[in-house]
Design a protein around this ligand. Structure first.
Ligand SMILES: [Zn+2]
Length: 344
């Protein structure tokens, strides 16, 4: 059974009229799911605020206080991230949704979804990229403390590299982070090179596959299929976290990958199968997506993949030039990871 978290206040996570992050996307998503009769087969859970204690397991108190202060007056967290009044509560609400999703995986659900989750650019002490608190790390730390979680894997397919999550777990072998993203030389935040594989005991537990601008569905899916299932099966996580960002869609205004709607269905289906073969606990965070109408459809296809429904939204496939650069990167990554993982 699937549960989706929601709260009216989700729609207040709005960074301003001219900002690419559109505040009412969670409501639009839920309305679309209802219109498509999807909610009949999902439970809707209302979301509490994440506690300050939850935040402090990941972020420094100086950083949390800074957000609190900005939230009173309004201001800027970074050049690209305005902090509107009230953001401390709204960001805690978003984080609360992810924590609830984590907890519910230990109660009565095997798949939980937070439509306002996946704030992967937030580091311990600082952030940008429209993120305030790293809900991915907050839920991992919550689950470690509450349920003795020992191994967690994060698969992040948002078009932007998950730099905050990587930074937090770079030397930690108990969290495997896998990020597929547009090459950092061509897109924010500029990180996530192939060679970045972790440090000290965490070596081999950070995996990055940068993709050139223009990468289409076919190349993307074949790279994903080559890489992700074998890593997850060898690692055997107890919880699988899926940051399913859809800013990889060809219509997204912020990035340059060329994926189509059906790709999101296939990715979600694979993630669901992987969870059933390993831990039966899949936490889905919808992540980025800045063409609102396209994002809602892509999120719908993800949910169809999770629920095993084939009534997905399709579109004309994009003309795809198979770029040998994707294959070259995959082969290079296979070589770099060979002391740690078997990929064939
Ligand atoms: Zn993104």
């Amino acid at each position: 059974m699937i549960a989706i978290t929601y709260h009216e206040e989700y729609n207040k996570y709005d960074l301003g009229v001219d900002h690419p992050l559109v505040g009412d996307k969670p409501k639009k998503t839920l309305d679309f799911f209802m219109q498509k009769q999807l909610m009949k087969e999902c439970d809707l859970l209302t979301v509490p605020l994440a506690s300050e204690q939850d935040l402090l397991r990941v972020h420094s108190s100086a950083y949390v206080n800074k957000i609190k202060q900005l939230s009173k007056t309004g201001g800027m967290l970074s050049l690209d991230t305005p902090a509107p009044p009230g953001i401390y509560e709204y960001a805690r609400r978003a984080t609360g949704g992810t924590v609830l999703c984590g907890r519910k995986l230990y109660e009565n659900y095997d798949i939980t979804v937070n439509p306002l989750g996946g704030f992967h650019h937030a580091g311990r002490e600082n952030s940008s990229g429209f993120c305030f608190f790293n809900d991915i790390a907050v839920v991992i730390e919550y689950l470690r403390k509450t349920f003795n979680l020992e191994r967690c894997a994060v698969v992040d397919v948002d078009v932007h590299h998950g730099n905050g999550t990587q930074e937090i777990y770079y030397d930690d072998p108990s969290v495997l982070t896998i990020s597929l993203h547009q090459d950092g030389r061509t897109l924010y935040p500029g990180t996530g090179a192939l060679e970045k594989i972790g440090r000290d005991k965490g070596e081999g537990y950070t995996v990055n596959l940068p993709l050139p601008p223009g990468t289409g569905s076919q190349s993307y899916l074949s790279a994903f299929t080559f890489l992700v299932p074998p890593l997850i099966e060898q690692f055997q996580p107890e919880v699988l976290i899926y940051q399913s960002g859809v800013d990889t869609h060809h219509s997204d205004p912020l990035a340059d990958l060329q994926l189509t709607f059906s790709t999101y269905y296939h990715l979600a289906q694979t993630m669901k199968e992987l969870a059933s073969r390993t831990c039966e606990k899949l936490l889905v965070l919808f992540g980025g997506g800045y063409n609102s109408d396209a994002s809602v459809k892509a999120y719908y296809n993800i949910t169809c993949g999770l629920m095993g429904k084939s009534s997905i939204i399709t579109e004309q496939e994009q003309h795809e030039i198979i770029d040998s650069q994707v294959q070259d990167n995959v082969r290079e990554l296979q070589r770099i990871l060979s002391p740690f993982w078997t990929l064939q």
